[in-house]
Ligand binder design. Sequence first.
Ligand code: ATP
Length: 280
Amino acid sequence: MTQTTNGENGSQTSIIQVRNLENRFGSHVVHQQLDLDLFRGEILGVVGGSGTGKSVLLRSIVGLVKPSGGDIRVFGKDLLALSARQRSLTEQRFGVLFQKGALFTSLNLQENIALPLIEHRKLPRPEAEHLARMKLALTGLSVKAATQYPSELSGGMIKRAALARALALDPEVLFLDEPTAGLDPIGAGAFDQLIVTLRNALGLTVFLVTHDLDTLYNSCDRVAVLSQKKVLVADRLQKVVKNPDPWIQEYFLGPRGRAASYAVQTNKALQAPYSQQESS
Ligand SMILES: Nc1ncnc2c1ncn2[C@@H]1O[C@H](COP(=O)(O)OP(=O)(O)OP(=O)(O)O)[C@@H](O)[C@H]1O
């Protein structure tokens, strides 16, 4: 069973529940007593200092890292207790965008995106490549890009292509590991907007690891902060920034955090109807 809780914004269905998670590599403990929920339809931003285990957490949930302890329930099922077949079916409900895009360099974009459709949906190549071109269009890439190879593309186009591949099997949950890293601010802003648009249009749930303050302010419904081997706080940003933890204070209320917050407020003011601006 998935769990439904009553939050501030009405009832929320938790489709992923991480409880008491422990991850260690030798004597290096990365996570201990880590709890986290992912609610259906939300964009959850996961943030924390370098090496706090954001990627390891993502990889644990999608089944690429076997935790040393604790429980991960996905769509109501204990991930670690699933048979190989059930696990593969569950994982097909996930789309993952890795930090470096992880496209096959010897395949063009439509071939890259067709691959999971051929492998998991057993589609003939022409149909799979037709669907691949539709996924590329969904992420804003042109028909011309479909026959290009990763080496011919800009960083922003690679991210979009990797996103198209993550969307290939029509996932319910999208996992994004630092999607705007390496993009210029305009490209990063456009990518943030794309994620929100896709979430709204496709009804996705998004787990997004990021260092990008603009992404947190512009795209995320809730923010989870990893610190001291666990999730210190997971809440709406307005509440998170009030947490007295020194890292949170430095990160959100230092110069870059203040600039991101100011930019969002200015944007909102500029976008407000004229009458509202006059009366404020
Ligand atoms: N396969 C592994 N073997 C050993 N140690 C690992 C392995 N994977 C991750 N680690 C260690 O776990 C810790 C957390 O790594 P992780 O990549 O999750 O951090 P992160 O919070 O995503 O960092 P960053 O923000 O710099 O990307 C690091 O100290 C890393 O060296």
